[in-house]
Design a protein around this ligand. Structure first.
Ligand code: ADP
Ligand code: MG
Length: 223
């Protein structure tokens, strides 16, 4: 469970101006949730994800992972929690251009010392699950944009995270690939993953089980 309690995030713009990216947000993310966060550009969606995924520190309020307040832990401890519990899919796939699909997928594993040949097998399995069994050896430039996204999805799962946090995972991909991505999320949700997805595509957002509408840094509605 992730709980945001009275979370406020402001950014400084120059010397005096402040941007209230999030104001007094209260949300509980339950195990098994599939949440879409929707709202106009600049409304605070990515900031919300950065808070729930411990990527940034709130100015005010608390963030709980399973009842433990974690927002004020040291960076190293937060990195550990993120690595163990969270899989991220960002707006751009950010693959390493000189590594093939499989190497990109297992990259988070090779960074920790527990890497073994089992991880290679798991990486291959994940590529099968995202429909890329015939692209294992391809470098990113040898794949379409939609395929690169799916590699990033497989990479997000390599550490077997409890939570998947995705920021516009279907941005700039064609409709066919967007549907594949959403279907994968639905499938992973049914097998127990908790999913928090930011999107401005209402049609895709509605495929989630819970919708959170954000505007001007505030939650204005929930369905
Ligand atoms: P969204 O994802 O809904 O488009 P964001 O959460 O990215 O919105 O941004 C919310 C507001 O905070 C925007 O006004 C944006 O310009 C501002 N903002 C986001 N990140 C930063 C940052 N690192 N520094 C300064 N302002 C930021
Ligand atoms: Mg954003």
């Amino acid at each position: 469970m992730i709980r945001l309690e009275n979370v406020t995030k402001t950014y400084k713009l120059g010397q005096e101006k402040k941007i209230h990216a999030l104001s007094d947000i209260n949300v509980t993310i339950h195990p098994g949730d599939f949440i879409s966060v929707v709202g106009p550009s600049g409304s605070g969606k990515s900031t919300f994800l950065a808070m729930a995924g411990l990527l940034e520190r709130p100015n005010e309020g608390n963030i709980y992972f399973d009842e433990k307040e974690v927002s004020r832990l040291k960076d190293k401890q937060k990195t550990k929690i993120r690595a163990e519990k969270c899989g991220f899919v960002f707006q751009f796939p950010s693959l390493i251009p000189t590594l093939n699909a499989l190497e990109n997928v297992i990259l988070p594993k090779t960074l920790d010392r527990t890497f073994s040949s089992k991880d290679l097998e798991r990486g291959k399995e994940l590529l099968v699950r995202v429909g890329l069994e015939d692209k294992v050896d391809n470098l990113p430039y040898q794949m379409s944009g939609g395929e690169q996204r799916r590699v990033a999805l497989a990479r997000a799962l390599i550490n077997e995270p409890e939570y998947i946090l995705a920021d516009e995972p279907t941005g700039a991909v064609d409709e066919a690939n967007a549907n594949i991505i959403i279907d994968l999320f639905k499938n992973w949700n049914q097998t127990g993953k908790t999913i928090i997805m930011v999107t401005h595509d209402m049609k895709l957002a509605k495929k989630a089980s819970r919708l959170i509408y954000i505007d001007k840094g505030k939650i204005i509605r929930e369905e």
